[in-house]
Design a protein around this ligand. Structure first.
Ligand code: NDP
Length: 328
């Protein structure tokens, strides 16, 4: 029998308006960078995606190169969409991106119109979709004129291949310049996707202010610092963890003795709040209303379930915030 989503799926999730737009996103979104490639068990992927949607996660984030192998996360997601989620397309916000190396030669990387248009066509084919809800330029390109990259995003919206556009990894200044160009073209900038966690706070140095003032949404990626801000590495490096996998982007060097001590201390603070470390890390990001959504990854339903429970306690006392601040 085909998958039937739970009737109660919208009961517990909070939805936040994405900047000044008409679109709301779940406070927690799910990314398919790791754990959804051709190297990962399809049955686990299916379980995680169903559990997410059953608990109000309507937003799934992809990119042309997610895997490994590059492209396989979109292919797998496409299989799930076709088999199980077909009747729920209008309840889903699917995003993809282009900006990193995807195919050989001068047209498979960075930010030319040639690359972006071809790449979205390929992504749509892999996912079996007519359109994505959000299409991002994945990283700034120092060589292509910003006008050309923004014109490509505008074109894709006009062609109906994307409903909204976003930027990722752009600085505050680049974001302002890109937004002005998009506004001139008549396509508003919906959202920015920066890396943001307790361990990486660069967005607090200007970008968040720009997003807040300009009414642009913000979706924070790697909010758990790829797993460091969870119980995963408190005792050891588990064999099935991202850090232990050859294709994982989290390297052993990230877990210095100082970092380990810091994580243990943060974990104690989380426990005193009645939360897991992962839950506290998520709540800590959502305390800022300019953060529309926190974009987590998960390798199991148990992790996803743990992370969803962060939404039960989003407030912090002044003392808790000060104690956290001392450790960062
Ligand atoms: P996280 O910081 O949330 O790390 C996810 C990893 O943390 C999981 O794979 C798992 O590791 C571990 N984890 C998650 N929850 C728990 C838990 N409750 N308990 C214990 N361990 C847990 O995010 P990601 O780095 O995965 O990034 C999330 C998404 O952000 C990506 O999928 C992608 O969509 C987006 N992204 C965007 C980028 C960009 O340039 N725009 C770059 C990077 C990510 P393990 O696998 O070891 O179990």
């Amino acid at each position: 029998m085909n998958y039937l989503a739970r009737d109660t799926r919208y009961d517990a999730m909070t939805y936040r308006r994405c900047g000044n737009s008409g679109l709301k996103l779940p406070a927690l979104s799910l990314g398919l960078w790791h754990n959804f490639g051709s190297v990962d068990a399809f049955s686990t992927q299916l379980e995680i995606l169903k559990y997410a949607f059953d608990h109000g996660i309507t937003h799934f984030d992809l990119a042309n190169n997610y895997g490994p192998v590059p492209g396989s996360a979109e292919e797998n997601f496409g299989r799930v969409l076709a088999r199980e989620f077909k009747s729920y397309r209008d309840e889903l916000i699917v995003s993809s991106k282009a900006g990193y190396l995807m195919w050989p030669g001068p047209y498979g990387d960075w930010g030319s119109k040639k690359y972006l248009v071809s790449s979205l066509d390929q992504s749509l084919q892999r996912m079996g979709l007519d359109y994505v809800d959000v299409f991002y330029h994945h990283r700034p390109d120092p060589e292509t004129p910003l006008e050309e990259t923004m014109a490509a995003l505008d074109l894709l919206v006009r062609q109906g291949k994307a409903l909204y556009v976003g930027l990722s990894n752009y600085t505050a200044d680049q974001t302002q310049r890109a937004e002005a160009i998009l506004n001139d073209l008549g396509t508003p900038l919906l959202i920015h996707q920066p890396r943001y966690s307790m361990l990486d706070r660069w967005v607090e140095d200007g970008l968040l202010d720009v997003l807040g003032k300009r009414g642009i949404g913000c979706i924070a990626f790697s909010p758990l610092a790829q797993g460091l801000l969870t119980s995963r590495y408190l005792k050891e490096v588990p064999a099935d963890s991202r850090m232990a996998k050859a294709h994982g982007f989290l390297k052993q060097e990230a877990l210095t003795p100082e970092r380990h001590a810091q994580l243990l201390a943060l974990n104690d603070l989380a426990a005193a709040r009645g939360q897991s470390l992962a839950q506290m890390a998520i709540s800590w990001l959502l305390k800022d209303e300019r953060v529309t959504s926190v974009l987590i990854g998960a390798s199991s339903v148990a992790q996803l379930s743990d992370n969803l429970a962060a939404l039960d306690k989003l407030t912090f006392t002044k003392e808790e915030l000060q104690a956290i601040e001392k450790l960062l």
